[in-house]
Design a protein around this ligand. Structure first.
Ligand SMILES: Nc1nc2c(ncn2[C@@H]2O[C@H](COP(=O)(O)OP(=O)(O)O)[C@@H](O)[C@H]2O)c(=O)[nH]1
Ligand SMILES: [Mg+2]
Length: 450
């Protein structure tokens, strides 16, 4: 199948270059400015599928004086010629090299392409100059699909009626700033209906869909890896030490790790601008670990609600803690407990007078909500968007007391967290497994973003 060449045409400032940026997933393509004639020459941009080029897109300068070109054509060429002949006569004329140099570039590219997208600023009324543009373009005799841009809240009824009178019944809407993946699929599918088969647009749509799912998976894995690190983050100090510095240090480390995850998400979706996520103040409360935390006891296989042995241990713990400060007894009792139960390190540390800090459930939930909020915003962001992303805390994915067990388990896996300073390489495999498990739990949240 041949490569499809597709010219993107229209009046100046309707968002042609922006449309290309979004379709190419490249926010650095071309130059976008809210002023006349930013794009002065035709620019080619291919879309590959790995082995071959499916489509070549052409960004073109804006049509600024289609009325002048139409006057010239009516004056200088015979109506008995067909459209292409009249356009060719124009392209060979002196006028095409001088007064209508910019329009000539567009028409030359239109003739050289298989098809075109005519970009419309949907906020604009249907002016005579747009009708003239469509007349001149129709003489190139290429399938032309109108695409409405700036669609947010715009009423396109008058436009649709004018287009229908010109035989343009198939059109698409596409907001290049607020991206809608299904909208892009409709654009390709609609355009495919206007072209003789076979054409590579079905393949292109399938490729884009595969890519989109893949990106979503990668993004959720990056979020999961971040949450596991936050959950496994743990700092210990002596009972007598001031907890404030360690709390602050933990907050800062978590913020930085969050920032890193945000950059990863943006890069996965190919947004390369430095820090488009607006900074905000959010409060983190790493909590002091309670040695009598039910979840902790459970982790060590101790039921806290029943069983005489447990009750005895519990009582022993309380006694040990109160006694611990006033002598070496704490350590002794810790030793006894450590002997009774394997892996009693944390507990015996507690009893021998240490403080452990970790990221509590509510904070993990907050971090998850923020990450999913960012992901939803990135997925709805066109590559022409220039505004900062402002996070809201979004919806918590889980109730605070019902975090996925893979996340709460990470609390007892300090080796999962690079924030703990050690090497995470040894735990690489189980960490990745845990991240995959958690990523699946992150797909259930659907945020209603416009
Ligand atoms: N709000 C909004 N602004 C857009 C949209 N598309 C383009 N723009 C802005 O419109 C201006 C012109 O866009 P540009 O792509 O350079 O238009 P071109 O002259 O047709 O290539 C730029 O300031 C863009 O940021 C859109 O869908 N929504
Ligand atoms: Mg442009």
């Amino acid at each position: 199948m041949n490569t499809l060449s597709l010219a993107v045409v229209g009046h100046t400032n309707t968002g042609k270059t922006s449309l290309l940026r979004t379709l190419l997933r490249d926010e650095q393509f071309g130059e976008v400015k809210n002023s006349a004639a930013t794009t002065r020459d035709v620019t080619e941009a291919p879309i590959h599928d790995g082995s071959r080029t499916l489509v070549k897109l052409y960004d073109t300068p804006g049509l600024e004086d289609a009325a002048g070109v139409l006057d010239w054509l009516e004056r200088e060429t015979s109506p008995r010629l067909d459209g292409i002949e009249r356009i060719q006569a124009f392209l060979h004329s002196e006028a095409a090299a001088t007064d209508f140099n910019q329009e000539a570039k567009v028409l030359r590219q239109m003739l050289a392409s298989d098809t075109g997208l005519y970009v419309i600023d949907a906020r604009e009324p249907v002016l005579a100059r747009y009708k003239d543009e469509l007349t001149v373009l129709s003489w190139c005799a290429r399938p032309l699909m109108p695409v409405f841009n700036f669609t947010h809240g715009a009423d396109t009824a008058a436009w649709q009626e004018m287009l229908a009178r010109r035989g343009l019944h198939v059109y698409s809407s596409f907001d290049t700033v607020a991206f809608d993946f299904e909208g892009e699929m409709r654009l390709w599918n609609n355009l495919a209906t206007m072209l003789p088969p076979p054409n590579p647009l079905t393949e292109l749509a399938a490729l884009r869909r595969r890519d989109w799912q893949q990106l979503d998976q990668e993004a959720r894995q990056a979020v999961a890896a971040f949450l596991l690190e936050a959950a496994a983050y743990k700092q210990e100090i002596d009972a007598d030490d001031d907890p404030q510095p360690v709390q602050q240090q933990m907050q800062e480390a978590l913020r930085q790790r969050e920032r890193q995850m945000q950059r990863e998400l943006l890069q996965i979706y190919r947004f390369y601008r430095e820090d488009p996520v607006a900074a905000d103040d959010w409060v983190l409360q790493p909590l002091r670990q309670d040695p009598f935390d039910a979840a902790l006891w459970k982790h060590y296989g101790i039921r806290t609600t029943s069983g005489a042995a447990t009750g005895a241990l519990f009582g022993l713990g309380i006694d040990a803690l109160t006694l611990g400060a006033s002598g070496g007894l704490g350590t002794a009792v810790g030793g006894i407990l450590g002997g009774l139960l394997p892996n009693m390190q944390t507990l015996s540390d507690k009893i021998s007078g240490r403080q452990t800090f970790y990221t509590d459930e509510a904070t993990l939930n907050l971090l998850a909500a923020r990450a999913l909020d960012l992901l939803a915003r990135i997925q709805a962001r066109g590559h022409a968007a220039q505004n900062d992303i402002r996070l809201e805390h979004g919806r918590a994915p889980w109730p605070d007391n019902r975090l996925p067990s893979v996340l709460t388990d990470a609390r007892h896996r300090p080796e999962y967290s690079s924030l703990n300073g050690g090497s995470v390489e040894k735990a690489e495999y189980s960490r990745r497994e845990a991240a995959e498990k958690l990523a699946v739990r992150l797909t259930t949240v659907q945020a209603p973003y416009a």
